[in-house]
Design a binder for this molecule. Structure first.
Ligand code: KIV
Length: 286
C-alpha cells in the first residue's frame, strides 16, 4: 500500500484551526474502541480525556490518572476512529515540571497511540510548554477556565470568572496559549459572558464545555450526555438515559437466569445433532 493510501482522510489540527468562526466544531470524549467507532461518524474531534479516570475507573478526580491509562485508552480509540481527529489528554504530573518532561511524555503518547495531538490544562505559566511542544512538531490543544487537575487547589470543581481578577487570569491564559500556537482552546466552566470574550480575543477556535453557545465548537463527556450516571451537571444536556436502559436490561437478564428462561434452545449450540446427522451419513469422524 502506498504511503499516501486511499483510506478516508482524517481531520487534522490545521483543519480544526481553519474552522475558527465557521461551522461549529463537534467534539465528544471517547475512551473505548466500540464507542469511538460509533462517535467517529458524528464528530470532528474525539478527546481521550483524562475524565476517564472518574468516568471509567471510578477515581474521585483526574489527579490519579497515569500515562499508562491514557495510552491504553488512546490506543483503543485509535483502533476504530478513522475520520475524526483524536486528541489525548496529558495526565496530571506529566507536563507541568518542565517543557522537556512535557515533550518526552507528549512524544510517547503520539508514538504509542497514533493520536494526532495532546491537550494540556493551561494557566499562563504553561504557555512556554505549549510553544516548546508546537515548535517540535506536537500539536497542542489547551484548556482554560475550570481546570479539573487543579481540584486540590480549588477544593472542589467550581465554575470560574466570578470576579474581574479571575476573568482577567483566564483571558490571559487563553491569549498566552493562543500566542504559543495551540490549535484549539477548550474553555470549561466559565461565566457565560466570558467565553465569547475569549473567543473574540484568540485566533484559535474555542471549544466550550459549560461555557457558552458562542464558542467555535462544543464538547461534552460522552457518558454524561448519554445519561450513564444518576447525576447530571448543570451544563450537560442528556440525549439518552442509558443508565435506566442498562438497569432494565440487567434486571431482565437476572430474572431470566433465575427462572431458567435463559438460555433458550435457539441460544444454545446443537452440535450433538449435527454429529448425529454426519454419523447417519456414514462419516465415521463424527
Ligand atoms: O478530560 C476531559 O474529558 C476534558 C473535557 C471535559 C474537555 O478535559
Amino acid at each position: 500500500m502506498s504511503r499516501h493510501s486511499e483510506a478516508p482522510r482524517r481531520i487534522t489540527a490545521p483543519d480544526i484551526r481553519a474552522r475558527k468562526g465557521g461551522d461549529p466544531i463537534v467534539c465528544l470524549t471517547a475512551y473505548t474502541a466500540p464507542m469511538a467507532e460509533i462517535l467517529d461518524d458524528h464528530c470532528d474531534l474525539l478527546l481521550v480525556g483524562d475524565s476517564l479516570g472518574m468516568v471509567v475507573h471510578g477515581l474521585p478526580s483526574t489527579v490519579g490518572v497515569t500515562m499508562e491509562m491514557m495510552i491504553l485508552h488512546g490506543q483503543a480509540v485509535m483502533r476504530t476512529a478513522k475520520k475524526a481527529m483524536v486528541v489525548v489528554d496529558m495526565p496530571f504530573g506529566s507536563y507541568e515540571a518542565s517543557p522537556e518532561l512535557a515533550y518526552a511524555n507528549a512524544a510517547r503518547i503520539l508514538k504509542e497511540t497514533g493520536a494526532q495531538a495532546v491537550k494540556v490544562e493551561a494557566g499562563a505559566t504553561v504557555a512556554p510548554t505549549v510553544k516548546f511542544l508546537v515548535d517540535r512538531g506536537i500539536p497542542v490543544m489547551s484548556h482554560v477556565g475550570l481546570l479539573p487537575q487543579a481540584v486540590n487547589i480549588d477544593g472542589k470543581f467550581k465554575a470560574k470568572g466570578r470576579d474581574e481578577a479571575e476573568r482577567a487570569a483566564i483571558l490571559e491564559a487563553a491569549r498566552a496559549s493562543d500566542e504559543a500556537g495551540a490549535f484549539a482552546i477548550v474553555v470549561e466552566g466559565v461565566d457565560e459572558t466570558l467565553a465569547p470574550e475569549i473567543t473574540a480575543a484568540v485566533k484559535a477556535p474555542t471549544i466550550g464545555i459549560g461555557a457558552s453557545a458562542d464558542c467555535d465548537g462544543q464538547i461534552l463527556v460522552v457518558d454524561d450526555m448519554l445519561g450513564l450516571f444518576g447525576w447530571t451537571p448543570k451544563f450537560v444536556r442528556r440525549y439518552a438515559n442509558l443508565k435506566d436502559e442498562i438497569d432494565k436490561a440487567a434486571s431482565g437478564y437476572a430474572a431470566d437466569v433465575r427462572a431458567r428462561r435463559f438460555p433458550a434452545a435457539a441460544e444454545t449450540y446443537s452440535l450433538s445433532k449435527a454429529r448425529q446427522a454426519r454419523v447417519a451419513q456414514g462419516d465415521k469422524r463424527g
